[in-house]
Design a protein around this ligand. Structure first.
Ligand code: PLP
Length: 366
């Protein structure tokens, strides 16, 4: 038997799932509040998305980045409609979407410095990794790409101090997901945008985790009533199929040959994304109400010390240690970020009944 390079060390095999329910290879059932690390935003094996995938796969799978396709054009148009940003580059993952954004910012401005934020996570390829904070992820791959500098998240003054003549732009997550669901002050994004405009540098928002309806708006920045220069997204966009999108302002375009990809924008992922977006838009208005219900139930069950986040990107501090493992043994999948914090990224289609069932399972654990 071959060795799968098992980066996270898990020995669990999941072969079947539907909605927020998954089954392991022994037939055990779980409620999954993480759903493919947040990628299955409208649930595992969503029937409507599966149908769109099947129908597209019968027409054409991947004409390649060399040619346009109907599915790619339709998705690109839909992303423009959502963001009001007209230039779209499609790739296969979050890290690729950020990689493209960093290259674009450098190419267009002719400047080579990028400001990032402490505790940020932007991906594992060398460019995105250079914009990532945690040294554990970086130490074995140095030297990384030069020109990246880090400022405190949630401090506009720190950005102002760091900007130089060489600064092409700043990259940040509207909510820091991997760091433990860190939500900045209400006015942070708006003020960062103002600083970017004033200093003529680009604002790149990484909405790989916060995008695609997770916070109750399609993109989290919409809560702040701003438009970034570049937004990147991935995870939920095609409900679990590989896709990344880098969406940029009118004057931000790659020149011929500056960037490319073989599989990016393949027709099957685009068709899946189009159907996923349709479902997300129907479900988004119910996110806030469902999250309030969930928080209330958790408090009533006396399970948590703290609850925070925005929409369905949730951090909780449970009342017991080893909560993640204990939940798993009791039929519930959550994401233990560190000893104290649990991250939850349930599909936005989850019903109140399943949220109640999840709380009951947590209650039994506590
Ligand atoms: N950016 C953010 C904010 C993320 O949360 C992630 C993944 O968790 C990435 C980038 C990297 O995405 P991928 O794993 O698809 O490369």
């Amino acid at each position: 038997m071959s060795t799968l390079m098992n980066i996270y060390g898990s020995k669990i095999t999941l072969n079947k799932g539907f909605g927020e329910v998954v089954y392991d290879d022994c037939g055990n059932k779980y409620i999954d509040l993480v759903c493919g690390l947040g990628s299955c935003i409208v649930g595992h094996a969503n029937k409507k998305v599966s149908k769109a995938i099947y129908e597209q796969s019968k027409k054409i799978v991947n004409p390649s980045n060399f040619y346009n396709s109907q599915a790619k054009q339709l998705l690109s148009d839909e992303l423009e409609k959502i963001t009001k940003l007209p230039n779209v580059f499609l790739s296969n993952s979050g890290t690729e979407a950020n990689e493209a954004a960093i290259k674009l910012a450098k190419a267009v401005t002719g400047k080579n410095e990028i400001i990032s934020t402490k505790n940020a996570f932007h991906g594992r390829t060398l460019g995105s990794l250079s914009a990532t904070w945690k040294d554990d992820y970086k130490k074995d791959f140095k030297p990384l790409i030069e020109g990246f500098d880090f400022v405190d998240f949630n401090s506009v003054d720190a950005i102002k101090e760091k900007i130089s003549k060489k600064t092409a732009g700043i990259i940040l997550e509207p909510i820091q997901g991997e760091a433990g669901v860190i939500v900045p002050n209400k006015d942070y994004l708006k003020e960062v945008k103002e600083v970017c405009v004033k200093n003529d540098i680009l604002l790149i928002l990484d909405e790989v985790q916060t995008g695609c309806g997770r916070t109750g708006k399609f993109f989290c920045y919409e809560h702040s009533k701003i438009i970034p220069d570049i937004v990147t997204t991935s995870k939920g966009l095609a409900n679990g199929l590989p896709i990344g999108a880098t969406i940029a302002q009118e004057d931000l375009l790659f020149k011929k040959g500056q960037h490319g990809t073989t599989f990016g924008g393949n027709s099957v992922s685009c068709a899946a994304a189009l159907k996923t977006i349709e479902i997300i838009q129907k479900e988004m208005p119910f996110v806030e109400e469902k999250v309030k219900y969930f928080e209330k139930k958790l408090n009533l069950a006396n399970v948590i010390q703290n609850f925070w986040g925005k929409g369905f990107i949730i951090g909780i501090k449970p009342k017991v240690t080893d909560f993640g493992l204990k939940c798993f043994k009791n039929g519930l999948i959550v994401n233990q970020i560190n000893e104290e914090v649990i991250r939850l990224l349930p599909p936005i289609t989850i019903s109140k009944l399943q949220l109640k069932n999840a709380v009951q399972l947590m209650g039994e654990v506590v």
